[in-house]
Structures are given as structure tokens and as C-alpha cells.
Design a protein around this ligand. Structure first.
Ligand SMILES: C[S@@+](CC[C@H](N)C(=O)[O-])C[C@H]1O[C@@H](n2cnc3c(N)ncnc32)[C@H](O)[C@@H]1O
Length: 268
């Protein structure tokens, strides 16, 4: 559970750093959505970052946020209430690997105008089955928006450990971090018509909250790589994570936060 809480915190920080860029992504989605959006679903909602952005964008819509973990479900519910969206937000705890929740409709009689799957499609056991279920749940003219991280977030200048971040990312890529297929092929196979694909970049300076975000990510990287690091790389990462060390992530001015998202909009 502690791990899930940490993931939830990280998702909230992601949201903070993405900031208004998330609204750019929902604005892009809205270009393809039906004129009147009455029902939106957030598939694998996490802490509800996307749910809130969708609620802001589609202000006449009812929203359904789905996640498998109670920790996430509670966070979405709390976030919805804190932003005054609880009247039009329903939160469903469901494991989509076990099947499509009947209450969301399907069999071609769906009522979903916008389905949103951000950083979640690559986590389900059978994305092709899920895509077919989502397609069947869409209303006529409805769209599915799939969003993924374009790359692992970057923070450190190359001078730190002579490309330390690149080396860490290469090992993590070997572990399958941030790995997802080209969803276009899967969308085609499930019968969708891909209307657009777009990349969204975010570059942010070293503010206090961005340094804390960097620290969370560097710590996550350090713990995942553990004993696979060279002694020198381990020492550098430990210095970066020692908050009163002069090289600490929290004290550096030479950090730049770089994150990217890639999205696909598909019609049924
Ligand atoms: C990386 S998080 C992304 C959360 C959120 N969409 C965002 O962009 O911040 C992926 C989420 O998908 C959920 N998820 C993964 N597999 C799932 C499944 N089989 N059924 C329901 N939710 C699932 C996870 O619990 C997690 O909250």
C-alpha cells in the first residue's frame, strides 16, 4: 500500500508540473469530440488529474472515473469534491482486466462521448480487448483519447556524472519503464479510426516545487536501479538525494524539468 501511496503522490506531482499543458491536451481532444459532450469516462484515473481537467473542459458532462485500487478511487473522490465536481462525478472501483463494467454500457449502445486513457492502457493485461470494449461503449460520434508519457522525465544536465541520467534511463528502458507500443496499430485493429496524433512538450525551470518533483523521480530511479549502479554513479545519486549536500537536487539551480506526452484521438 505504501508503494501505491507513493505512486499516487508522484501522479499528483506530475499533474502539478504538467499544469496548463494538460488543459492543452483536453482542448485538443475537444476539437474532435461531439458538439455536445454529456458523458466522459477516465479509464485508469489514478488520483484524478485527468478527471479534473476533463471536468473543467467538458463542463456540461457527467464523469465516470475508473480505477482498480481503493487508494486511487479515494483520491479521485476527494479531488472531485475539493473542486466542486462531486455532483457530476461517479467513481467506480473496478479491475478492467476482469472485464468491462456492465454499468458503462457496451454492445454498440454506448453513451460515452469522450473516453480518456492516460498512462493506463499500457498497464492493462489485454489492451486490445479493452479497446474493443471502449469502442462498443462510445456513443455515435464519440472519441477515445489515449495519452502516454513520451519519455521518462529529465532533470539533470549532462555534466552530472557525465551523462548519468542517460545511463540510468537506458537501464530502466531495459526494465520496460515507459514502454508502450504504437497504439495506432492497436486502435486500427480494434476498429477505431485514428483522427490525430500529437506530442506535447513541457519544459520548466528549477523552482522549489519542481526540485521536489525532481527529487521524487531521482529517488524512484535510484531505488529501482539499486545494486546495478557503478560505485561512482551510486555516490553521485546519493549526493543528489542528500538534502543538505551542496549537489543536492533540492539546492541545484541547473535543473530543468523536461516532460513529454504523446496522444492519439480515435473515432469509433
Ligand atoms: C500511471 S497511472 C495513470 C493515472 C492517470 N490516468 C494519470 O494520467 O495521472 C495508471 C492507472 O491505471 C490504473 N490501472 C491499471 N490497470 C488497471 C486495471 N486493470 N483496471 C483499472 N485500473 C487500472 C492504475 O491503478 C493506475 O492508477
Amino acid at each position: 500500500m505504501a508503494t501505491l501511496e507513493r505512486l499516487a503522490d508522484l501522479l499528483d506531482r506530475d499533474a502539478e508540473v504538467l499544469g496548463s499543458r494538460l488543459d492543452d491536451i483536453t482542448a485538443w481532444a475537444a476539437e474532435y469530440a461531439p458538439g455536445s459532450v454529456r458523458r466522459v469516462i477516465d479509464i485508469g484515473a489514478g488520483t484524478g488529474t485527468g478527471t479534473l481537467a476533463l471536468a473543467r473542459r467538458f463542463d456540461a458532462a457527467d464523469l465516470v472515473a475508473i480505477d482498480r485500487w481503493p487508494t486511487m478511487v479515494e483520491r479521485v473522490r476527494a479531488a472531485g469534491a475539493a473542486h466542486g465536481f462531486d455532483g457530476r462525478l461517479r467513481v467506480v472501483e473496478a479491475d478492467l482486466d476482469a472485464g468491462w463494467p456492465a454499468e458503462l454500457g457496451g454492445d454498440g449502445t454506448g453513451s460515452v462521448d469522450v473516453a480518456w486513457a492516460s498512462a493506463s492502457l499500457h498497464e492493462v493485461a489485454d489492451p486490445d480487448r479493452l479497446l474493443r470494449d471502449v469502442r462498443a461503449a462510445l456513443a455515435p460520434g464519440g472519441v477515445l483519447v489515449v495519452v502516454e508519457m513520451d519519455s521518462l522525465p529529465r532533470f539533470l544536465p549532462d555534466s552530472v556524472g557525465n551523462g548519468l541520467e542517460d545511463r540510468c534511463h537506458a537501464t530502466l528502458a531495459g526494465d520496460g519503464w515507459n514502454s508502450f507500443p504504437d497504439w495506432r496499430e492497436h486502435l486500427d485493429r480494434a476498429g477505431f479510426d485514428v483522427a490525430d496524433q500529437r506530442s506535447f512538450e513541457v519544459v520548466r525551470p528549477a523552482t522549489e516545487s519542481n526540485r521536489r518533483y525532481a527529487r521524487l523521480n531521482v529517488e524512484r530511479m535510484r531505488s529501482a536501479l539499486a545494486d546495478r549502479l557503478s560505485e561512482e554513479d551510486r555516490r553521485i545519486l546519493d549526493d543528489l538525494l542528500t538534502d543538505d549536500h551542496p549537489d543536492s537536487v533540492l539546492l541545484r539551480d541547473d535543473l530543468t524539468v523536461r516532460i513529454g506526452r504523446i496522444g492519439w484521438v480515435a473515432r469509433a
